[in-house]
Design a protein around this ligand. Structure first.
Ligand SMILES: C[S@@+](CC[C@H](N)C(=O)[O-])C[C@H]1O[C@@H](n2cnc3c(N)ncnc32)[C@H](O)[C@@H]1O
Length: 481
């Protein structure tokens, strides 16, 4: 591209310098060329503006805003025929673009545009009104799709969104969620094409960037995903979803869990939890734990079921305890658990806060498929240790992370490494007495790798290595629990 002429107003000069730098770094992004064209046009440099806008269109022919801007530049340069062609292209691509309507109106005084311009503007206006009626239930439709998505019924979510998009083509959340669910359903290339188009259309929308970033990471293009997600975070600093997505590709530390969001997810999920998880995803951790307990034959005095959910673990382990207490964040999950009639006491709230506030002690604590909502485990382990009697044991499952420490996945669930669990147990004076690799459940028809671990409260912790981990088996010398 040729040099911008001098002198420019000082403002646009600075903007142009910045635009030149981003274009040099990313020459294939149509949006920057469009911005350059608009800036040059504002400085009355129409030949260079036309060049920049044509470049934007060559990179992304469906870029309606760029066509509208080019039409305006043609008008200023007296080329009415090309202007009309450019406006028509914009109208063909996106008849409802605000910019396109403004473009037709502002140029309607020109004789060639008089009838066509006003007619197009009026048609656009009516279509816009009609679309508003057709889209009146759009938020509800998105919610319907999310409800399917939360239950991992991605094909149903995609179907709802596709129908919504056909009825209401310009509605960003339809396309955004469609892109995300296509990724989860495995149609990644299709999703990438859709989302790249959307990012060009809505360059200021962080959610669209987020969806594209997630798609690129699913495709394994980590550098591109990282760049798109960082742009998303710049547009919406502090956004939890974007931080999670960056952490999932190792480009940022894992954010802390969001308890309100977790509670809402399970309040909405309670109705379908048992059928989806047990029947749909072959979730069997409570039964696996019950089989180990049955083999050992011990009956405990007081068991605390942390994150008891709908009570699946309560039902499985009830024969092995004289007293059973359940605690969970979600009221709807607790209501389901209560209906099973196996708990002696139930509490609603965060289990760390619960452990820190009570006086009671337990000889057995269990948390099945709950630590996946925790991230850092130190506070939980510390609080559990205080409420365990000496020799008491804390059994739990995690999704296994093959690297160091722990990460948060795009599914929002955390994964923990065995070394992190051991190190955290060590610093909180708990001793691993059981470690076994298990399959937690299915995800996209593949097993999710996990660990079943038991930590014992020990008041004389020593560097006892006798429980060294053997994949798929109980460590030798494990304490009998
Ligand atoms: C996947 S469900 C597992 C439920 C049950 N343990 C089972 O195995 O069926 C996770 C449960 O943990 C609960 N949960 C997540 N974070 C929690 C927290 N900080 N305190 C208490 N409950 C929590 C959720 O509300 C949800 O009911």
């Amino acid at each position: 591209m040729s040099e911008a002429p001098n002198p420019h107003p000082s403002d646009s000069g600075t903007i142009l310098e910045r635009l030149d730098r981003v274009i040099a770094a990313d020459p294939t992004n149509a949006m920057w060329h469009w911005r350059r064209g608009v800036t040059l046009a504002a400085a009355d440099d129409f030949p260079h503006a036309r060049e920049a806008l044509e470049k934007a269109i060559s990179l992304l022919p469906s870029y309606a805003d760029a066509w509208v801007s080019l039409g305006g530049v043609h008008v200023k340069m007296g080329d009415r025929k090309s202007a009309k062609r450019a406006f028509r292209s914009a109208a063909d691509i996106e008849p409802l673009t605000e910019g396109a309507i403004a473009g037709y109106l502002s140029n309607a005084w020109l004789p060639e545009f008089a009838v066509w311009g006003i007619k197009t503007a009026i048609q656009g206006y009516w279509r816009k009104l009609r679309r508003r009626t057709q889209c009146a239930d759009a938020t509800q439709t998105v919610q319907e799709a999310i409800n399917f998505g939360d239950r991992r019924h991605y094909a149903a979510a995609i179907d709802v969104l596709r129908r919504g998009l056909a009825r209401c083509p310009g509605y960003v959340p339809f396309a955004k969620y469609l892109g995300a669910y296509l990724v989860m359903h495995g149609n990644r290339q299709q999703s990438r094409q859709l989302l790249e188009k959307m990012v060009a259309w809505w360059p200021e929308d962080p959610q669209t960037h987020l969806a594209l970033g997630v798609c690129l990471s699913a495709l394994g293009d980590v550098p591109a995903a990282s760049a798109v997600l960082k742009r998303a975070l710049a547009l919406d600093p502090g956004n939890h979803d974007i931080q999670v997505a960056l952490s999932a590709i190792g480009a940022a530390p894992p954010p802390a869990p969001n308890l309100i969001e977790t509670r809402n997810v399970f309040d909405n999920y309670a109705e379908h939890f048992d059928s989806d998880l047990v029947r749909g995803l072959d979730y069997r951790v409570p039964e696996k734990l019950a089989a180990i307990f049955a083999e050992r034959g011990r009956v405990w005095d007081r068991m605390l079921d942390l994150g008891c959910g709908t009570g699946l673990t309560g039902v499985s382990l009830r024969p092995y305890t004289r007293h059973l207490t359940g605690v969970d964040l979600s009221r709807a999950m607790i209501d389901k658990a209560k209906a099973r009639g196996v708990y002696d006491m139930m509490y609603q709230g965060d289990c760390v806060a619960f452990l820190q506030q009570i006086d009671a002690t337990y000889d057995l604590m269990v948390a099945t498929d709950v630590l996946v909502y925790f991230g850092d485990l130190a506070n939980l382990f510390r609080a559990a240790r205080v409420r365990l009697v000496p020799g008491g044991v804390f059994w739990f499952s995690v999704e296994e992370w093959g690297g160091e420490g722990y990460v948060q996945q795009l599914t929002r669930r955390y994964q923990h490494s065995l070394s992190y669990i051991r190190a955290t147990a060590h610093t909180t004076n708990l001793r691993p007495v059981f470690e076994q690799q298990i399959d937690i459940r299915l995800e996209n028809r593949r097993p999710v790798r996990g660990l079943l671990v038991a930590l014992e409260r020990t008041d004389d912790f020593s560097e006892d290595k006798s429980w060294q981990f053997q994949p798929g088996s109980t460590p030798s010398g494990a304490a009998s629990t």
